[in-house]
Design a protein around this ligand. Structure first.
Ligand code: BGC
Length: 857
């Protein structure tokens, strides 16, 4: 851990900025191009709410406080690339409106803030986030005489609130539509850039026929430069969508029932079951505006000569990708499987593997070999609590989007195979009808029948498979002290004693404190409660440092980089104090309202500038797991520099509905993409010794409004195949150091209080060996307490002792109330001591991994 007292950008900052720019352009998706792109730099007219005030990433804990002068807007990026902008007046005018609105917004927020209750400000901020104001009414006087206009549409969102299917959010505002109409008729060419964190309505493509549309997404500090790299052809676009972009919002499953749409924020019924995203659109024959996996390039590729063979339980595909065009570029080969419907319904297809080529020069070919494990194709049969591969024919489809594939093989399963036997988890608390695909209206294409008939058959031999059985271990063994010495961490590291032996020596109070995050003097500051690393979200208690050498674990958000305070003061007594006078107004400041001494602190000024990376959905859109692992490596290096042990990222929930306020922090509507991206990130971060990821929010955090008390009613099959699957892939492939439970309930139980999730699934079935942490303020007097006090809720909150009982090892950010509740629950028998001891052993095992660079107290 290095401290810097120099305000100058470090070599690391400059190197990471260059890497971040290269990463950013790889995940932008070209949606439309009539040939205008790539462009030569020229004189252009630039409009739109985020042309200058470009959004680098969403709001909330996912926001990264990078060095503000490193943020490159789209306007700046275009200028850097040699474009000149003829509409400075329009941009200045909008700028003034934005600044005025923003100042008024923060003024209102601060005026409403209750200094005795800082958490109320956070709730207020998250429930009423600042969004860029609408653009002004467009007049002919705003037109210029350039040939080309570029119009930027930006949308922001964040935790705590869902988006709305209304003008100015999911849809264009009236002013945006009127402006686009005028631009389309006046300028020879119109290019639309989408600076959005999630799906929006793209019917403007039909209405105004722009020459090109680029999903710039929110690409971190380098957004403007990376967008210019694509527009000028310095980088050939190779990003592909990881969510289906519907023609209209109501094409999504049960769209009118999502979140605030039906006025019921308490209950969500997952009636679509497994038919999420393209599984819904394909199975029920709904044409999307842009399908999952779609994205254009400046060149054309041919995927040909695909051969498929099985070697035991591994399916191998060999295929040739040829760049048929004149420009160098990269292609993503996507492999889907259509499994036979038998006892269980199946979606039309599901993604089973993918691979991205390196840059292929014009005319170049490459042979790709992709392997997949046939066990992973199994579907979950709830009645037998088993994964099964059903008897019949499965079709393997290969192509470059979910709607552009060809059948390359048919797999013949001659009998049913039970691949895995588990136990039932999280039973439904209420009956509801799930959608069925009984009437076959699925998507098809010309020639599909012939392809099916002609596909070579690959026989799958059921004898090659061995049924796996999960072993569920009880946590009833109470540890008894058998040793006279006072065992310390050093003894564990030297192998002299075990974590169980140290745990057995701890009192209930000591253990309760270890299982609850540290908050100085019981003062809670959600999202910014580390005393060691200002701006980090929290840390564990170090009350056992002197007696047992137990050091702290510092945890910091994500996912688009590390969220830290940029500048702070180290007092002569060694205390770290945020100095809000120099940090920009925003979440970091609001999160610490009321917890500071008045006046400007004196001491040494220190600096922490982390890199603002692209949002998770852009990273997923690269379809490049090596690149994503590289992003993780970059973050891991910064964690080492700043002294962070656990990164509260990646987020990996499923994009169930496009209005979820946090989709930008998540990868995809598809569990395979989500799981592979999280695993790659974890591998990258954990290539650094002693630092790790915290995959979140486990599980089914798919609605942000009323997020602490929302009950998701989900069938076990949908849960296992869709909402848990990505987490499973990440745990099995990369063993993240930590998992964060979510706020919501699943089938009537808070995830943080669910033993099924925290123990049976995570540890017994998947072999997880890290720690499970709560989301911030899940219990006690945190946000939860505050919200309960102000609004009645149908469902109660989760409890601290319930977390420990369920195997959720660490309650964050922690408060004295949580500690007391755990102690009381042990005393009155609600919490068996063995369960508390079990959580402590997990925390100690993680602490053993802390590297020597962690600063000692
Ligand atoms: C968010 C988490 C975040 C935590 C700490 C919560 O509000 O849901 O994702 O890691 O705050 O900032």
């Amino acid at each position: 851990m290095k401290y810097t007292s120099s305000p100058e950008p470090s070599l690391r900052e400059r190197k990471h900025a260059a890497r971040a720019r290269a990463i950013a352009s790889q995940g932008m998706v070209l949606l439309e191009n009539n040939g205008i792109l790539p462009l030569k730099p020229c004189n252009i007219s630039l409009y739109g709410n985020c042309a200058r005030l470009t959004i680098k990433g969403g709001i909330g804990s996912g926001d990264v406080n990078c060095r503000s002068e490193t943020i490159v807007s789209i306007e700046k990026g275009l200028e850097n690339a040699g474009f000149s902008i003829a509409t400075k007046d329009w941009l200045n005018h909008y700028d003034e409106r934005y600044s005025r609105d923003q100042t008024e917004y923060y003024g209102r927020l601060i005026a409403r803030a209750d200094p005795t209750n800082p958490l109320s400000t956070i709730v207020d901020y998250l429930s009423n986030p600042f969004c860029p104001p609408d653009i002004p009414v467009f007049t002919k006087a705003d037109l210029t005489d350039t040939d080309l206009a570029i119009f930027v549409i930006g949308r922001n969102s964040g935790e705590g609130t869902d988006r709305h299917d209304r003008p100015g959010d999911y849809r264009l505002s009236v002013n945006e539509s009127q402006t686009l109409k005028l631009l389309a008729s006046h300028y020879k060419d119109l290019i639309i850039l989408l600076n959005v964190g999630g799906v929006i309505d793209t019917s403007f493509v039909h209405d105004f026929a722009p020459s090109a549309v680029l999903l710039v997404s929110q690409a971190g500090a380098a957004t403007g430069d990376a967008a210019a790299d694509i527009l000028t052809g310095k980088v050939n676009p190779s990003g592909k969508l990881t969510a289906t972009w519907a023609k209209q919002y109501h094409d999504y499953p049960y769209a009118s029932e999502f979140s605030h749409n039906n006025g019921n924020l308490d209950d969500s019924y997952y009636k679509e079951g497994i038919y999420v995203g393209y599984r819904w659109f394909d199975t029920f024959g709904i044409s999307p505006a842009y399908p999952f996996g779609y994205g254009l390039s400046y060149t054309d590729f041919l995927i040909s000569n695909t051969s498929v063979y099985a070697s035991g339980t591994i399916l191998c595909l060999r295929t040739t990708v040829t760049n048929k065009g004149l420009t160098a570029g990269r292609e993503v080969v996507q492999i889907y499987a259509s499994l036979p419907s038998g006892k269980l319904e199946k979606p039309f297809q599901q993604l089973v593997a993918y691979a991205k080529t390196n840059i292929l020069s014009a005319g170049e070919s490459v042979d790709l070999v992709v392997e997949l494990n046939l066990y992973d194709l199994a579907s979950y049969d709830t009645s037998r609590a088993s994964y099964i591969l059903e008897c019949g024919e499965a079709f393997v489809r290969v192509g470059n989007s979910s709607r552009h594939t060809h059948i390359v093989a048919k797999l013949a399963f001659d009998r049913e195979i039970i691949t895995k036997t588990l136990k039932n988890i999280l039973p439904l608390d209420e009956y509801f009808e799930e959608t069925s695909n009984a009437v076959d209206v699925s998507y098809t294409y010309m020639g599909e029948c012939d392809e099916k008939a002609q596909a070579p058959t690959v026989k799958i031999d059921a004898n090659d498979f061995v049924t796996q059985f999960a072993a569920y271990k009880p946590r009833t063994n109470r540890l008894e002290n058998t040793c006279d010495n006072t065992i310390k961490m050093d003894d564990l590291i030297k192998g002299k004693f075990s974590v169980e032996q140290l745990t057995a020596q701890l009192s209930v109070m000591e253990m309760a404190k270890l299982c609850v995050g540290y908050s100085e003097g019981g003062d809670l500051a959600i999202g910014n409660s580390s005393t060691i690393v200002p701006g980090a979200a929290g840390e564990t208690s170090f009350h056992l440092f002197k007696t047992r050498n137990l050091n702290r674990i510092v945890l910091s958000d994500g996912p688009a980089g590390l969220r830290l305070t940029q500048q702070y003061m180290r007092t002569l007594e060694g205390k770290n104090i945020d100095d809000d006078s120099v940090n920009p107004v925003g979440l970091a400041m609001l999160f610490s309202v009321g917890s500071k001494p008045a006046g400007t602190p004196s001491g040494q000024r220190l600096y922490q500038y982390a890199t603002a990376l692209p949002i998770a959905s852009l990273l997923a859109q690269t379809w490049d797991v090596n690149l994503i692992s590289d992003v993780g490596e970059l973050v891991g290096a910064e964690m080492e520099e700043f002294g962070i042990t656990l990164w509260l990222a990646p987020g990996m929930n499923i994009h169930r509905n496009p209005l979820c306020g946090r989709n930008f922090e998540y990868y995809s509507e598809d569990p395979l993409v989500s799981g592979l991206c999280a695993a790659a990130t974890t591998r990258g971060v954990q290539s650094h010794v002693g630092v790790g990821t915290t995959i979140k929010h486990f599980a089914a955090n798919n609605q942000e409004s009323n997020r602490y008390f929302e009950n998701n009613h989900i069938s076990e099959r949908a849960l296992r195949e869709i909402y848990l699957k990505g987490f499973e892939i990440c745990v099995r492939d990369a063993q993240p150091m930590s998992v964060m439970t979510s706020y919501n309930l699943i089938n009537g139980i808070h995830t943080a209080n669910s033993e099924d999730l925290c123990i049976s699934v995570l540890r017994d079935e998947w072999g997880f060996s890290g720690i499970v942490v709560t989301d911030w303020g899940t219990t006690g007097k945190g946000l939860y307490g505050l919200i309960t006090a102000s609004h009645p809720h149908k469902y109660p909150g989760s409890t601290s002792f319930g977390c420990i009982a369920a195997g959720n090892d660490l309650v964050m950010p922690g408060g004295n109330e949580d500690i007391q509740e755990i102690i009381n629950a042990v005393a009155d028998g609600r919490l068996p001591l063995a369960k508390l001891q079990y959580c402590v052993t997990n925390i100690l095992r993680l602490m053993m991994k802390l590297p020597s660079w962690i600063k000692l107290i």
